[in-house]
Design a protein around this ligand. Structure first.
Ligand code: GLC
Ligand code: CA
Length: 563
């Protein structure tokens, strides 16, 4: 093959398309596709059930692509839909290169992906790289004997007498070691015993897992969300973790995960995965539980050569409507040097409408939160249902709990069922998700909180999200503008400017239950205008006067400002 690339003539077969793929930019400033995209997380069990067995499936997702398109979604991240015993609802994968029959077939996947492609929607898969299911052929082989070919694909160790090799505790409760009677050794699992950790120090594991990513790229996927990256490597000397005072929700001693999370070797793997991603114009999103900005920076890579999109979970730790706290967190992440990635909830985190809600104004607060993270600099990842202000439906009795951590940790830990309930499509039984019995119950609020009803109401959360996403796609300041915090001492109203060349967008969010009045002098920011031109607001009337902007409780005001 012969092709011209950056003035050089190259003769290397295969190199051209790979090298070109990584340089494809969507604008003259070199932005990549994922920087201008809106991502949307789908929990496949709960999105749409096409065959009425009570469990969502790929054909169900395919049937809702028009909805996603009209909402303004550019990429969907589907949480694991691979064959799995479903102990952790798919995060225990027994075959990385197939689809679980409960979700459909590879042919269904291809069809869904093709239909998505026709609508300009990319597919992101979930890559569960730290562990497999104990039912994966690799682990079945590994546990069969001490000399099996795949013994060293997992973390087998002798105990100290009959007790565990060290004091590491599973984040899902109990010891992180399970004794396997057949071979008389312990295996390590950061999560459930049915999720044995893969041994990433073994080059064969490394190669097999990299091949998995290539296999899906070949099928057409646009990237991966990397599950639990923090936990890939463990200390080879297996030192005990420092024990902290107190116990966790499962009653286990608290530990500092010094020797079993965030080891530097993780970054070597991420750099390699990134090379393969770049060859496929793909994006890597990280489930990165960073404690501070310096850790977050490391995930982007010293030379921006690791994750393009490490999720900023520190943003989700701001757990009340506090302008000062949000200001601090946004500024910190904005200064990290990378492209920020904002999420406000997911399948492990209580839905934002409840986390920030006051029980009285939850829909107004859902609009406020949507307006916040969808107007910040960076790429947002929505969670299905967030756009309608869906709320948690937590189990009230232990016997109803499906998520195992909720059974082990009840009542302190109720598990994650509440944030994983079926998508609420309309006001028919089971919110239109299934005609069977849904695997988790929908909350009573579905009668009003659903797509069909909200579509008809111009003042709904759904229509606000649609307006926000439409704006994000066309407005240069929202796409590429810098972030400038305004009125930084205001304890009630969070305001900022997104500024791009001669345009700017002013975002004003009243995070209080009281009316507020604010004023802005944007001369120092280069915009001596007296008025904003209203783009979007939750208020019936808004003057756009920058000297007297009146805000109703929890109001959103977004206006454009010209030079
Ligand atoms: C991640 C997933 C979570 C899962 C865990 C183990 O944290 O988001 O749902 O239980 O990894 O795979
Ligand atoms: Ca189904």
């Amino acid at each position: 093959m012969l092709c011209k690339f950056a003035g050089l003539v190259l003769l290397v077969a295969g190199f051209c398309s790979a090298a070109l793929a990584q340089t494809q930019a969507v604008d003259a400033e070199g932005h990549q596709w994922w920087q201008h995209a809106v991502f949307y997380e789908i929990y496949p069990r709960s999105f749409m059930d096409s065959n009425n067995d009570g469990i969502g499936d790929l054909n169900g997702i395919a049937s809702k692509l028009d909805y996603l398109k009209s909402l303004g979604v550019d990429a969907i991240w589907i949480t694991p839909c691979y064959p799995s015993p479903q102990v952790d609802f798919g995060y225990d994968v027994s075959d990385y290169e197939n689809i679980d029959p409960m979700y459909g077939t590879l042919a269904d996947f291809d069809r869904m992906q093709e239909e998505a492609k026709q609508r300009g929607i990319r597919i992101i898969m979930d890559f569960v790289m730290n562990h497999s299911s104990d039912q994966h052929a690799w682990f079945i082989d590994s546990r069969s004997s001490r000399t099996s070919a795949k013994r060293d694909w997992y973390m087998w160790h002798d105990g100290k007498g009959s007790s565990e090799p060290n004091n590491w505790v599973s984040t899902f409760g109990g010891a992180a070691w399970t004794m396997d009677a057949k071979t008389g050794q312990f295996y390590y699992h950061y999560f459930y015993p049915q999720q044995p950790d893969l041994n990433w120090r073994n080059p064969a594991v490394h190669d097999a897992m990299f091949d998995v990513t290539r296999w899906w790229y070949k099928r057409g996927v646009a990237g991966f969300r990397l599950d639990a990256v923090d936990t890939l490597f463990e200390d080879p000397a297996m030192r005990d973790n420092p024990v902290l005072p107190g116990t966790d929700k499962f009653g286990d001693p608290l530990e500092e995960n010094l020797y079993n999370t965030k080891l530097p070797e993780v970054h070597v793997v991420l750099r390699d995965l990134r090379k393969v991603a770049d060859q496929n114009n793909a994006v890597l999103i990280g489930e990165t539980w960073t404690k501070d900005v310096s850790e977050l920076k490391q995930y982007y890579g010293e030379h921006s050569d690791e994750l393009q999109m490490p999720m900023d979970f520190m943003f989700t730790t701001v757990n009340r409507l506090s302008p000062p706290e949000f200001r601090r967190q946004i500024a910190a992440v904005d200064s990290a040097g990378g492209w920020p990635v904002f999420v406000i909830s997911n399948h492990d985190i209580v839905r934002s409408a409840v986390r920030y809600g006051d029980g009285q104004n939850n829909q107004a607060i859902a609009k406020l939160m949507g307006s916040l993270y969808l107007t910040l600099r960076g790429t947002p990842i929505m969670y299905y249902g967030e756009e309608i202000g869906m709320e948690n439906n937590d189990p009230t009795r232990k016997e109803d709990v499906k998520d195992p951590i909720g059974r082990v940790g009840w009542p302190m830990e109720k598990g994650r069922d509440g944030e994983r309930t079926p998508m609420q499509w309309d006001d028919s039984p089971n919110a239109g998700f299934t005609r069977g019995t849904p695997w988790l119950p929908v909350p009573l609020s579905y009668k009003n909180v659903n797509v069909a009803s909200e579509m008809k109401d111009p003042a709904s959360t759904l229509n606000l999200y649609r307006g926000l996403l439409a704006l994000r796609h066309e407005n240069h300041a929202l796409l590429d503008g810098d972030y400038v915090a305004l009125n930084q001492s205001d304890p009630n109203v969070l305001s900022y400017l997104r500024r791009y060349k001669n345009e700017a967008v002013l975002v004003v969010l009243n995070m209080s239950s009281q009316p507020q009045e604010v004023s802005f002098d944007l001369t120092p920011q280069g915009f001596p205008a007296k008025n904003a031109n209203t783009l979007l607001t939750t208020m019936k009337t808004a003057t756009g006067s920058l000297s007297h902007l009146s805000l109703e409780p929890f109001a959103v005001y977004i206006g454009s400002i010209s030079k």
